[in-house]
Design a protein around this ligand. Structure first.
Ligand code: 5GP
Ligand code: MN
Length: 327
């Protein structure tokens, strides 16, 4: 690409560490190449990600719509990071769809369905950040610096459950080791992401575990749900329920969990599993969602109670599958 090009880097709604980490890493990388770059997110993301280098430059479509739309309209290139379908851009999807920019997809989700001229899709990597690291290394490796490495490490760490999930391969650890050569503050990153929650969030977590966790031993499954009024009680802000879906997996024998978060206009659903039970398949089939083998999600306009009832009724259909392949 000759310079400067007008470029927008964007990612999925409810951006997580991998989404923001990859967007900001690419932003800094392309800026160093001399391009005119912007990061545009569809909506808010958690405070525990708002310390990343260049975070202050992020444009939030939900809050800065005219600016975001102007950037998208003028863009010559749009990078889609960490998602595989335009519908995951929420209200921003229409502007993105209308754009004439050259699209570049960099992602690690199964079945990419986002038409792009250039597609870097590898479902074998732990995270978009891991894939982006390889791309940047080959493209112009000398430009990678400590700040870029910090963004990349954050994305890998958060998408692998701190390097614990099966998606973290030997290659992932090799990349992490490579990132340490840039002098990243590994423990500082962990501290800012995981030991930086509000008192409200911790109490909400306690409430979920005490009052809201339902265990279905026969199916080795569990669910947690949170209504809007319960969220309000705990002064809920974006990101406060991050990771709650994983909590029941710490119960002996549980290998499939669901978390239902009621929002104003929909319910956000998250699924997690251990072993071979594919929550990607489950989510695609029943909740119009998707994701990965052990981590997937979706959203639904169906009222929360009905949705939970649907989930309960589906469990018996998976009894055998959930009870085989012990982990
Ligand atoms: P989370 O539960 O953390 O929101 O998402 C877990 C995984 O599922 C992520 O990899 C995410 O990209 C994917 N995912 C979450 N929500 C949706 C959705 O509505 N549609 C699809 N296709 N994937 C989702
Ligand atoms: Mn990811």
């Amino acid at each position: 690409m000759s310079v400067p090009r007008r470029i927008v880097a964007t990612t999925h709604q409810g951006p997580d560490g991998d989404a923001i980490g990859s967007s900001l890493a690419l932003y800094r990388f392309l800026k160093k190449q001399g391009h005119d770059v912007s990061v545009v997110t569809p909506n808010d993301y958690p405070e525990f990600l708002q310390w990343l280098p260049s975070n202050a430059d992020v444009v939030n479509y939900m809050r800065q719509k005219p600016l975001a739309e102007a950037l998208i309209e003028k863009a010559e290139y749009i990078f889609h990071l960490d998602y595989n379908h335009l519908k995951r851009s929420a209200d921003m999807a229409r502007s993105l769809y209308q754009s004439k920019a050259v699209r570049v997809l960099i992602d690690h989700h199964l079945k990419p369905e986002l038409p792009s001229k250039y597609i870097f899709s590898d479902t074998g990597v732990s995270s978009t950040c891991e894939l982006l690291f390889h791309i940047m290394k080959q493209w112009d490796g000398g430009l990678i610096d400590r700040d870029i490495a910090t963004c990349i490490y954050t994305g890998i760490m958060t998408d692998t459950g701190s390097f614990c999930y099966r998606s973290a391969s030997a290659q992932t650890f090799a990349v992490a080791a490579g990132l340490m050569d840039y002098g990243i503050d590994r423990t500082g990153i962990y501290d800012r992401v995981y030991d930086n929650y509000s008192e409200n969030r911790m109490r909400l977590m306690g409430y979920c575990l005490n009052e809201k966790m339902e265990i279905f031993p026969q199916y080795r499954a569990a669910l947690i749900s949170l209504r809007l009024e319960e969220q309000e009680r705990y002064g809920f802000v974006a990101g406060d329920s991050e990771g709650f879906v994983n909590l029941p997996l710490s119960v002996k024998g549980i290998r499939f969990t669901a978390f239902f978060l009621e929002k104003e206009d929909k319910v956000k659903i998250s699924f997690r599993s251990k072993g071979n039970f594919s929550v990607n398949d489950f989510s695609r089939k029943h909740f119009d969602g998707g994701g990965h083998l052990n981590a997937a999600g979706g959203d639904s306009k169906i009222p929360l109670d009905e949705l939970i009832q649907q989930f309960r009724e589906l469990l018996p259909l998976y009894e055998r599958e959930l009870n085989e392949n012990d982990v």
